[in-house]
Design a protein around this ligand. Sequence first.
Ligand code: LLP
Length: 386
Amino acid sequence: MKGIFPIEGFKAMETPFYYYNTELLRQTLSTINIEAGKHEQFRVHYAIKANANPKLLNIISHAGLGADCVSGGEIKAAIDAGFSRDKIVYAGVGKSDWEINIGIDNEIQCFNVESVPELEVINEIASARGKVANVAFRINPNVGAHTHANITTGLAENKFGIAMRDMENVIVLSLKMKNINFHGLHFHIGSQILDMGDFEALCNRINDLLCQLERHHIKVETINVGGGLGVDYRHPNRMPMPDFKAYFDTYAKHLKLREGQTLHFELGRAVVAQCGSLITKVLYVKEGATKKFVIVDAGMTDLIRPALYNAYHKIENITYDGEKQTYDVVGPICESSDVFAKAIDLDECHRGDLIAIRSAGAYGEIMASQYNCRRLPSGYVTEDIR
Ligand code: LLP
Protein backbone atom coordinates (compact mmCIF):
# COMPACT_ATOMS: atom_id res chain seq x y z
CA MET A 1 0.00 0.00 0.00
CA LYS A 2 1.32 3.47 -0.86
CA GLY A 3 -0.19 6.12 1.38
CA ILE A 4 -3.80 5.76 2.38
CA PHE A 5 -5.12 3.65 -0.49
CA PRO A 6 -5.76 -0.11 -0.66
CA ILE A 7 -3.72 -0.42 -3.86
CA GLU A 8 -3.76 -4.22 -4.05
CA GLY A 9 -7.56 -4.17 -4.12
CA PHE A 10 -7.57 -1.39 -6.70
CA LYS A 11 -5.43 -3.38 -9.15
CA ALA A 12 -8.26 -5.68 -10.22
CA MET A 13 -10.80 -2.87 -10.61
CA GLU A 14 -11.89 -1.17 -13.76
CA THR A 15 -10.95 2.51 -13.85
CA PRO A 16 -11.93 5.28 -13.52
CA PHE A 17 -13.89 5.02 -10.28
CA TYR A 18 -14.54 7.00 -7.13
CA TYR A 19 -13.18 5.64 -3.89
CA TYR A 20 -14.62 6.83 -0.58
CA ASN A 21 -12.79 6.34 2.70
CA THR A 22 -15.69 5.64 5.05
CA GLU A 23 -13.51 5.78 8.14
CA LEU A 24 -12.72 9.42 7.38
CA LEU A 25 -16.38 10.11 6.61
CA ARG A 26 -17.43 8.63 9.97
CA GLN A 27 -14.76 10.66 11.81
CA THR A 28 -15.92 13.81 10.04
CA LEU A 29 -19.55 13.18 10.99
CA SER A 30 -18.63 12.46 14.57
CA THR A 31 -16.64 15.72 14.78
CA ILE A 32 -19.60 17.62 13.33
CA ASN A 33 -21.93 16.06 15.89
CA ILE A 34 -19.56 16.84 18.76
CA GLU A 35 -18.93 20.46 17.73
CA ALA A 36 -22.52 21.31 16.75
CA GLY A 37 -23.77 19.36 19.78
CA LYS A 38 -22.09 21.91 22.04
CA HIS A 39 -24.76 24.38 20.99
CA GLU A 40 -28.24 23.33 21.99
CA GLN A 41 -30.08 25.21 19.26
CA PHE A 42 -27.93 23.98 16.34
CA ARG A 43 -29.18 21.39 13.81
CA VAL A 44 -27.04 20.08 10.96
CA HIS A 45 -28.36 18.95 7.60
CA TYR A 46 -26.36 17.42 4.77
CA ALA A 47 -26.68 19.05 1.33
CA ILE A 48 -27.40 16.01 -0.85
CA LYS A 49 -26.31 17.87 -3.98
CA ALA A 50 -22.66 17.40 -2.99
CA ASN A 51 -22.85 13.62 -3.34
CA ALA A 52 -25.90 11.35 -3.48
CA ASN A 53 -24.08 8.02 -3.55
CA PRO A 54 -26.50 5.77 -1.58
CA LYS A 55 -23.70 4.19 0.47
CA LEU A 56 -22.58 7.60 1.71
CA LEU A 57 -26.13 8.83 2.24
CA ASN A 58 -26.78 5.82 4.42
CA ILE A 59 -23.82 6.56 6.67
CA ILE A 60 -24.77 10.25 6.87
CA SER A 61 -28.42 9.57 7.72
CA HIS A 62 -27.32 7.09 10.41
CA ALA A 63 -25.20 9.82 11.97
CA GLY A 64 -28.48 11.69 12.54
CA LEU A 65 -28.08 14.59 10.12
CA GLY A 66 -31.08 16.01 8.29
CA ALA A 67 -31.13 16.46 4.51
CA ASP A 68 -31.10 19.57 2.35
CA CYS A 69 -32.59 18.78 -1.07
CA VAL A 70 -32.89 20.79 -4.27
CA SER A 71 -35.06 18.52 -6.40
CA GLY A 72 -37.75 15.85 -6.21
CA GLY A 73 -35.07 13.30 -7.06
CA GLU A 74 -33.01 14.38 -4.06
CA ILE A 75 -36.04 14.14 -1.77
CA LYS A 76 -36.56 10.55 -2.98
CA ALA A 77 -32.86 9.75 -2.52
CA ALA A 78 -32.98 11.17 1.02
CA ILE A 79 -36.05 9.13 1.96
CA ASP A 80 -34.57 5.96 0.41
CA ALA A 81 -31.40 6.47 2.45
CA GLY A 82 -33.36 6.68 5.68
CA PHE A 83 -33.33 10.43 6.38
CA SER A 84 -36.31 11.22 8.54
CA ARG A 85 -38.97 13.15 6.60
CA ASP A 86 -39.29 15.76 9.31
CA LYS A 87 -35.61 16.59 8.83
CA ILE A 88 -35.83 17.13 5.05
CA VAL A 89 -35.85 20.66 3.66
CA TYR A 90 -36.35 21.50 0.01
CA ALA A 91 -34.80 24.57 -1.67
CA GLY A 92 -34.42 25.78 -5.25
CA VAL A 93 -35.56 28.67 -7.46
CA GLY A 94 -37.49 26.46 -9.87
CA LYS A 95 -39.56 23.77 -8.18
CA SER A 96 -41.83 21.88 -10.60
CA ASP A 97 -45.35 20.90 -9.53
CA TRP A 98 -44.47 17.18 -9.34
CA GLU A 99 -41.55 18.01 -7.08
CA ILE A 100 -43.70 20.13 -4.80
CA ASN A 101 -46.17 17.22 -4.67
CA ILE A 102 -43.44 14.86 -3.48
CA GLY A 103 -42.54 17.28 -0.70
CA ILE A 104 -46.16 17.78 0.35
CA ASP A 105 -47.09 14.08 0.20
CA ASN A 106 -44.10 13.19 2.34
CA GLU A 107 -44.80 16.02 4.78
CA ILE A 108 -41.22 17.22 4.70
CA GLN A 109 -39.98 19.63 7.33
CA CYS A 110 -39.91 22.74 5.21
CA PHE A 111 -39.93 24.30 1.73
CA ASN A 112 -37.34 27.01 1.30
CA VAL A 113 -39.31 29.36 -0.92
CA GLU A 114 -37.59 31.76 -3.31
CA SER A 115 -40.44 33.79 -4.87
CA VAL A 116 -44.08 34.86 -4.48
CA PRO A 117 -45.31 32.86 -7.52
CA GLU A 118 -43.70 29.75 -6.01
CA LEU A 119 -45.40 30.45 -2.66
CA GLU A 120 -48.77 30.70 -4.41
CA VAL A 121 -48.26 27.37 -6.20
CA ILE A 122 -47.23 25.60 -2.97
CA ASN A 123 -50.33 27.00 -1.25
CA GLU A 124 -52.56 25.79 -4.11
CA ILE A 125 -51.06 22.31 -4.22
CA ALA A 126 -51.17 21.95 -0.43
CA SER A 127 -54.78 23.08 -0.42
CA ALA A 128 -55.75 20.57 -3.12
CA ARG A 129 -54.27 17.82 -0.95
CA GLY A 130 -55.71 19.10 2.31
CA LYS A 131 -52.31 19.76 3.84
CA VAL A 132 -50.41 22.66 5.34
CA ALA A 133 -46.85 23.22 4.08
CA ASN A 134 -44.15 24.68 6.32
CA VAL A 135 -42.18 27.34 4.51
CA ALA A 136 -39.06 29.37 5.14
CA PHE A 137 -38.19 32.24 2.85
CA ARG A 138 -34.80 32.30 1.25
CA ILE A 139 -33.61 35.84 1.61
CA ASN A 140 -30.86 37.21 -0.58
CA PRO A 141 -28.72 38.94 2.06
CA ASN A 142 -26.46 40.75 -0.40
CA VAL A 143 -23.41 39.44 1.43
CA GLY A 144 -20.41 38.54 -0.73
CA ALA A 145 -18.13 35.59 -0.17
CA HIS A 146 -14.43 35.27 -0.92
CA THR A 147 -14.76 32.37 -3.30
CA HIS A 148 -15.09 31.58 -7.02
CA ALA A 149 -17.63 33.84 -8.80
CA ASN A 150 -19.56 30.82 -10.10
CA ILE A 151 -20.25 29.59 -6.59
CA THR A 152 -21.20 32.90 -4.96
CA THR A 153 -24.93 32.99 -4.37
CA GLY A 154 -25.77 35.68 -1.86
CA LEU A 155 -25.30 38.83 -3.91
CA ALA A 156 -28.19 40.97 -5.13
CA GLU A 157 -27.16 40.19 -8.72
CA ASN A 158 -27.61 36.39 -8.20
CA LYS A 159 -30.85 34.64 -9.11
CA PHE A 160 -31.33 33.22 -5.63
CA GLY A 161 -33.73 34.28 -2.92
CA ILE A 162 -36.13 37.10 -2.18
CA ALA A 163 -34.79 40.65 -1.95
CA MET A 164 -34.46 41.96 1.61
CA ARG A 165 -36.77 44.88 0.89
CA ASP A 166 -39.58 42.46 0.00
CA MET A 167 -39.07 40.14 2.98
CA GLU A 168 -41.74 41.56 5.27
CA ASN A 169 -44.43 41.84 2.61
CA VAL A 170 -43.88 38.25 1.53
CA ILE A 171 -44.06 36.98 5.11
CA VAL A 172 -47.24 38.96 5.76
CA LEU A 173 -48.73 37.54 2.56
CA SER A 174 -47.86 34.01 3.65
CA LEU A 175 -49.43 34.52 7.07
CA LYS A 176 -52.74 35.05 5.30
CA MET A 177 -52.50 31.83 3.31
CA LYS A 178 -54.51 28.96 4.74
CA ASN A 179 -52.28 26.12 3.63
CA ILE A 180 -48.96 27.74 4.47
CA ASN A 181 -47.26 27.84 7.83
CA PHE A 182 -44.46 30.42 8.03
CA HIS A 183 -41.53 28.82 9.77
CA GLY A 184 -38.42 30.83 9.21
CA LEU A 185 -35.68 32.37 7.11
CA HIS A 186 -33.14 30.73 4.86
CA PHE A 187 -29.79 32.05 3.58
CA HIS A 188 -26.83 30.72 1.65
CA ILE A 189 -24.00 33.01 0.59
CA GLY A 190 -21.80 30.65 -1.42
CA SER A 191 -19.57 27.63 -1.32
CA GLN A 192 -15.89 26.80 -0.56
CA ILE A 193 -15.71 29.65 1.97
CA LEU A 194 -12.64 29.61 4.19
CA ASP A 195 -12.81 33.08 5.66
CA MET A 196 -14.91 32.98 8.84
CA GLY A 197 -15.41 36.73 8.37
CA ASP A 198 -17.84 35.97 5.53
CA PHE A 199 -20.05 33.95 7.88
CA GLU A 200 -19.73 36.67 10.48
CA ALA A 201 -21.03 39.19 7.93
CA LEU A 202 -24.01 36.93 7.30
CA CYS A 203 -24.69 36.75 11.07
CA ASN A 204 -24.67 40.54 11.32
CA ARG A 205 -27.10 40.80 8.44
CA ILE A 206 -29.44 38.23 10.00
CA ASN A 207 -29.31 40.04 13.35
CA ASP A 208 -30.53 43.22 11.62
CA LEU A 209 -33.30 41.37 9.77
CA LEU A 210 -34.51 39.67 12.98
CA CYS A 211 -34.75 43.02 14.76
CA GLN A 212 -36.66 44.43 11.82
CA LEU A 213 -39.17 41.56 11.93
CA GLU A 214 -39.52 41.78 15.70
CA ARG A 215 -40.51 45.41 15.39
CA HIS A 216 -43.44 44.12 13.34
CA HIS A 217 -44.19 41.29 15.80
CA ILE A 218 -43.24 38.59 13.33
CA LYS A 219 -41.95 35.46 15.03
CA VAL A 220 -39.22 33.40 13.39
CA GLU A 221 -38.84 29.80 14.58
CA THR A 222 -35.98 28.60 12.41
CA ILE A 223 -33.01 30.24 10.80
CA ASN A 224 -31.18 28.28 8.15
CA VAL A 225 -27.78 29.66 7.24
CA GLY A 226 -27.11 27.27 4.34
CA GLY A 227 -23.75 25.64 3.86
CA GLY A 228 -20.54 26.89 2.33
CA LEU A 229 -17.75 25.80 4.65
CA GLY A 230 -14.71 25.05 2.50
CA VAL A 231 -12.03 22.38 2.64
CA ASP A 232 -8.26 22.44 2.12
CA TYR A 233 -7.81 21.14 -1.43
CA ARG A 234 -4.03 21.64 -1.26
CA HIS A 235 -3.48 19.53 1.88
CA PRO A 236 -5.97 16.66 2.03
CA ASN A 237 -3.62 14.60 4.22
CA ARG A 238 -2.68 17.29 6.69
CA MET A 239 -6.17 18.80 6.82
CA PRO A 240 -8.58 15.91 6.26
CA MET A 241 -11.35 17.91 7.93
CA PRO A 242 -12.26 21.58 8.04
CA ASP A 243 -12.18 23.42 11.34
CA PHE A 244 -15.74 22.67 12.41
CA LYS A 245 -15.16 24.13 15.84
CA ALA A 246 -14.20 27.53 14.43
CA TYR A 247 -17.17 27.38 12.06
CA PHE A 248 -19.86 26.60 14.64
CA ASP A 249 -18.26 28.93 17.19
CA THR A 250 -18.46 31.80 14.68
CA TYR A 251 -22.24 31.40 14.52
CA ALA A 252 -22.54 30.88 18.29
CA LYS A 253 -20.61 34.08 18.89
CA HIS A 254 -22.10 36.37 16.27
CA LEU A 255 -25.69 35.29 15.67
CA LYS A 256 -28.07 36.50 18.35
CA LEU A 257 -30.53 33.62 18.49
CA ARG A 258 -33.72 34.19 20.44
CA GLU A 259 -35.06 31.66 22.91
CA GLY A 260 -36.71 28.68 21.22
CA GLN A 261 -35.18 29.45 17.82
CA THR A 262 -33.26 26.71 16.06
CA LEU A 263 -30.31 27.36 13.78
CA HIS A 264 -29.94 25.04 10.78
CA PHE A 265 -26.82 24.38 8.75
CA GLU A 266 -26.71 22.70 5.33
CA LEU A 267 -23.17 21.45 4.85
CA GLY A 268 -22.26 19.60 1.68
CA ARG A 269 -18.61 19.87 0.69
CA ALA A 270 -17.31 19.98 4.26
CA VAL A 271 -18.89 16.59 4.96
CA VAL A 272 -17.80 14.57 1.93
CA ALA A 273 -15.06 16.29 -0.11
CA GLN A 274 -11.99 14.91 1.64
CA CYS A 275 -13.13 11.30 1.92
CA GLY A 276 -13.37 10.86 -1.86
CA SER A 277 -10.77 10.38 -4.59
CA LEU A 278 -11.13 9.74 -8.28
CA ILE A 279 -8.91 6.79 -9.16
CA THR A 280 -7.76 6.69 -12.75
CA LYS A 281 -5.14 4.86 -14.81
CA VAL A 282 -2.36 6.27 -16.96
CA LEU A 283 -3.06 5.37 -20.58
CA TYR A 284 -0.12 7.08 -22.21
CA VAL A 285 2.77 9.36 -21.40
CA LYS A 286 3.23 11.64 -24.36
CA GLU A 287 6.10 13.98 -25.16
CA GLY A 288 4.63 17.20 -26.54
CA ALA A 289 6.61 19.93 -28.29
CA THR A 290 7.24 21.80 -25.06
CA LYS A 291 5.98 19.55 -22.27
CA LYS A 292 5.01 16.08 -21.19
CA PHE A 293 1.42 14.94 -20.95
CA VAL A 294 0.07 12.19 -18.77
CA ILE A 295 -3.08 11.00 -20.48
CA VAL A 296 -5.39 9.25 -18.00
CA ASP A 297 -8.63 7.32 -18.55
CA ALA A 298 -10.74 9.73 -16.44
CA GLY A 299 -11.92 12.94 -18.02
CA MET A 300 -13.93 16.06 -17.34
CA THR A 301 -17.01 13.85 -17.68
CA ASP A 302 -15.98 12.12 -14.44
CA LEU A 303 -14.80 15.21 -12.55
CA ILE A 304 -15.77 18.52 -14.09
CA ARG A 305 -14.54 20.89 -11.36
CA PRO A 306 -11.11 21.70 -12.90
CA ALA A 307 -12.66 22.43 -16.32
CA LEU A 308 -15.67 24.33 -14.97
CA TYR A 309 -14.17 26.35 -12.13
CA ASN A 310 -10.46 26.02 -12.76
CA ALA A 311 -10.48 24.15 -9.46
CA TYR A 312 -7.33 22.69 -7.96
CA HIS A 313 -7.27 19.02 -6.92
CA LYS A 314 -4.10 17.42 -5.59
CA ILE A 315 -2.94 14.60 -7.88
CA GLU A 316 -0.74 11.66 -6.85
CA ASN A 317 0.79 8.67 -8.57
CA ILE A 318 -0.24 5.98 -6.09
CA THR A 319 1.51 2.99 -7.62
CA TYR A 320 4.99 4.24 -8.37
CA ASP A 321 7.61 6.08 -6.33
CA GLY A 322 10.20 7.62 -8.57
CA GLU A 323 11.93 10.78 -9.50
CA LYS A 324 9.55 13.68 -9.90
CA GLN A 325 8.72 14.82 -13.42
CA THR A 326 6.66 17.76 -14.55
CA TYR A 327 3.46 16.92 -16.43
CA ASP A 328 0.12 18.21 -17.63
CA VAL A 329 -2.47 15.65 -16.55
CA VAL A 330 -5.22 15.40 -19.15
CA GLY A 331 -8.22 13.22 -19.96
CA PRO A 332 -9.41 11.57 -23.18
CA ILE A 333 -12.39 13.89 -23.92
CA CYS A 334 -12.47 15.87 -27.15
CA GLU A 335 -12.28 19.26 -25.44
CA SER A 336 -9.21 21.39 -24.78
CA SER A 337 -10.52 22.11 -21.30
CA ASP A 338 -10.29 18.42 -20.41
CA VAL A 339 -7.28 19.08 -18.20
CA PHE A 340 -6.96 18.10 -14.54
CA ALA A 341 -3.74 20.02 -13.86
CA LYS A 342 -0.98 21.85 -15.71
CA ALA A 343 2.75 21.67 -14.98
CA ILE A 344 2.55 19.65 -11.79
CA ASP A 345 5.26 17.45 -10.32
CA LEU A 346 4.38 13.76 -10.07
CA ASP A 347 6.36 10.62 -9.36
CA GLU A 348 7.44 9.48 -12.82
CA CYS A 349 4.42 8.05 -14.63
CA HIS A 350 4.18 4.92 -16.81
CA ARG A 351 1.36 3.27 -18.68
CA GLY A 352 -0.83 1.41 -16.17
CA ASP A 353 0.07 3.47 -13.07
CA LEU A 354 -2.86 4.39 -10.85
CA ILE A 355 -3.40 8.07 -10.20
CA ALA A 356 -5.51 9.52 -7.38
CA ILE A 357 -7.24 12.84 -7.85
CA ARG A 358 -7.88 13.89 -4.28
CA SER A 359 -10.64 15.79 -2.43
CA ALA A 360 -13.15 14.70 -5.05
CA GLY A 361 -15.91 13.46 -2.75
CA ALA A 362 -18.01 16.61 -3.19
CA TYR A 363 -19.44 17.68 -6.57
CA GLY A 364 -17.49 14.89 -8.30
CA GLU A 365 -19.44 11.70 -8.96
CA ILE A 366 -22.76 13.54 -8.81
CA MET A 367 -21.76 16.00 -11.56
CA ALA A 368 -20.50 13.29 -13.91
CA SER A 369 -21.95 13.18 -17.42
CA GLN A 370 -22.04 10.78 -20.34
CA TYR A 371 -20.64 13.23 -22.89
CA ASN A 372 -18.74 11.37 -25.62
CA CYS A 373 -21.03 8.38 -24.80
CA ARG A 374 -18.89 7.54 -21.82
CA ARG A 375 -19.88 5.28 -18.94
CA LEU A 376 -20.64 7.00 -15.66
CA PRO A 377 -17.94 6.28 -13.07
CA SER A 378 -18.77 3.82 -10.27
CA GLY A 379 -18.38 4.70 -6.61
CA TYR A 380 -16.84 2.28 -4.11
CA VAL A 381 -16.42 2.59 -0.36
CA THR A 382 -13.70 1.11 1.86
CA GLU A 383 -15.87 -1.91 2.69
CA ASP A 384 -16.20 -2.80 -1.03
CA ILE A 385 -12.46 -3.25 -1.60
CA ARG A 386 -10.74 -6.52 -0.74
N1 LLP B 1 -27.45 25.11 0.71
C1 LLP B 1 -27.72 25.68 -0.47
C2 LLP B 1 -28.95 26.46 -0.61
C3 LLP B 1 -26.82 25.56 -1.55
O1 LLP B 1 -27.09 26.16 -2.70
C4 LLP B 1 -25.62 24.81 -1.39
C5 LLP B 1 -24.68 24.63 -2.49
C6 LLP B 1 -25.39 24.20 -0.14
C7 LLP B 1 -26.32 24.38 0.89
C8 LLP B 1 -24.17 23.38 0.14
O2 LLP B 1 -23.03 24.12 0.00
P1 LLP B 1 -21.58 23.54 0.46
O3 LLP B 1 -21.63 23.32 1.96
O4 LLP B 1 -21.35 22.29 -0.27
O5 LLP B 1 -20.65 24.61 0.08
N2 LLP B 1 -20.55 22.54 -7.82
C9 LLP B 1 -19.83 23.55 -7.06
C10 LLP B 1 -20.54 23.91 -5.76
C11 LLP B 1 -21.95 24.37 -5.94
C12 LLP B 1 -22.65 24.64 -4.63
C13 LLP B 1 -24.10 24.86 -4.84
N3 LLP B 1 -24.85 25.11 -3.65
C14 LLP B 1 -18.40 23.06 -6.83
O6 LLP B 1 -18.05 22.01 -7.34
O7 LLP B 1 -17.62 23.75 -6.21
